[in-house]
Design a protein around this ligand. Sequence first.
Ligand code: HEM
Length: 438
Amino acid sequence: DLPQVLVGGRYVTVLLDPHCYDTVVWESRTKLDFHAYAVFLMERIFDVQLPHYNPSDEKARMKPTLLHRDLQALTEAMYTNLRTVLLDDATEAGGGWHETGLLDFSYSSLLRAGYLTLYGVEALPRTHQSQTQDRAHSADVFHTFRQLDLLLPKLARGSLSVGDKDHVSKAKGRLWKLLSPARLATRAHRSTWLESYLLHLEEMGVSEEMQARALVLQLWATQGNMGPAAFWLLLFLLKHPEALTAVRGELERALCQVEEPVSQMTTLPQKVLDSMSVLDSVLSESLRLTAAPFITREVVVDMAIPMADGREFSLRRGDRLLLFPFLSPQRDSEIYTDPEKFKYDRFLNADGSEKKDFYKDGKRLKNYNMPWGAGHNQCLGRSYAINSIKQFVFLMLVHFDLELTNPDVEIPEFDLSRYGFGLMQPEHDVPIRYRFRP
Ligand code: HEM
């Protein structure tokens, strides 16, 4: 029941019964440690070494900056920045149809707006000139980031070619400059998240050079998943007209709740975002099919974990435990009918409320979809990410005509090298065309 694989001299136990996941993800760090692997990746991928680094402290510092009042501020800033990136880019490009790749378009829009939201903008109040600079600078950050992102799986596995190493080192060097504390110090409207993180690094006595590296790591942690998630969501909508019609219908109803004309809206109120349960279901379904993070733990002491069927399994000190929710629960045919298919209303009850009851072996599951991880290292930016993706889809559907260049195009296969890193990316981009509707 529990496949064990030997990787580089270490036994990795793969646990695929979602009924047991909760015990593992909430187990104390003195038994199942989740820091060691994070530190290894941090050093190997991002060259970050922090003195006295304690991920739990860092998490405690970050958490409040992504929730409650700060969440509202982030959501509002994101809406403004999405408009800067999407609408002003489109106005500048002029009317008529534009051709591009859907992944490039979605990833670039969300990362650029997300970067401006967290790391700050050129000036406040915004001027035409400062927004032009915001668009150019954020595009530079995205393009440089993307060069690194494309090589990330190879970098993590230590399999870069000589040419790749050169690309990686150039992209990192440029990102360290773009995100250096000195450069960021000149930016306006920086998020509480950034202020608090910088203070945390300073308190630990981290050098400015190392701070820049840590800020690049955070750019990846905070922005590496939203763009690909928005890509799959829009692609599923474009390939499933019944889903697109349902989302459009809901959007029109949501717009009736707001008093201003949409072109003058400077924010999309949380109550409007929360009223889009069809879009929520579409997002959950897209993530179910495309989110594939590894959840790993180092076994610190010999121990036994109870299984759902009453048996126990033993873990030896020094082994590694891996949960892979992408296989189960997310693609488990016992839990979902036709698990490979996109069904936009899979997470909706008949009365339009969120469906939360899913079963395996006759027992209700607590963890039935885990794109955000779970337990000690569940995603802290989840609410902000959900709001951001919904705002992006809203702006796209309200202000753009969007079509697949070839309506019969197949949904691309995954780039298999990305299993374990979060959202999957496609093997190749999907051509689309879009037209701005003022
Ligand atoms: C679709 C978008 C996103 C997805 C699918 C996602 C998913 C995840 C997952 C699976 C983890 C756990 C990683 C692990 O096991 O170590 C995680 C952690 C984290 N995420 Fe997200 N994330 C998204 C967006 C964001 C955003 C926008 C932010 C912040 C603005 C964010 C902040 C974080 C942080 C700080 C952690 C680390 C938590 C810890 O310390 O353990 N995420 N995310």
